[in-house]
Structures are given as structure tokens and as C-alpha cells.
Ligand binder design. Structure first.
Ligand SMILES: [Zn+2]
Length: 63
């Protein structure tokens, strides 16, 4: 796992669920509420980054 604490992870979880369901367009950043999330999937790896506030998350698709 990354350095994210559990609170942050739970915030990103909704986004990750959307990404895993194929919804990668128009995602809203949970921290700044802007539609500025960039999603990259590379095999089992998923990285999400907000171009507005700079928050990011990287995880592995465990499904
Ligand atoms: Zn943001």
C-alpha cells in the first residue's frame, strides 16, 4: 500500500470503485470538488491524480 492513511484511503475508495467499474470520465475530486481527476490504469495498477489540488492516490486493482 501507499503512504495514505485509512481516512484518505476511504475517501478515495468511492473513486476507485468508479474506476474499476469503467467510469473514468467526469470524476470529481473528493478533496477540492473539481472535475480534475486524471486516471491512469496500467495493468492491475490504478493511479488517480487531481490536477487542481495535487492530491493523488495509487492502488492495485484487487478484484
Ligand atoms: Zn482536487
Amino acid at each position: 500500500m501507499s503512504e495514505c492513511d485509512y481516512d484518505e484511503l476511504s475517501v478515495w475508495q468511492d473513486i476507485l470503485d468508479d474506476v474499476m467499474n469503467g467510469h473514468v470520465d467526469g470524476l470529481v475530486c473528493p478533496f477540492c470538488d473539481k472535475k480534475a481527476l486524471e486516471v491512469n490504469t496500467d495493468g492491475p495498477k490504478i493511479s488517480v491524480k487531481c490536477t487542481e489540488c495535487g492530491r493523488w492516490f495509487e492502488g492495485v486493482n484487487a478484484y
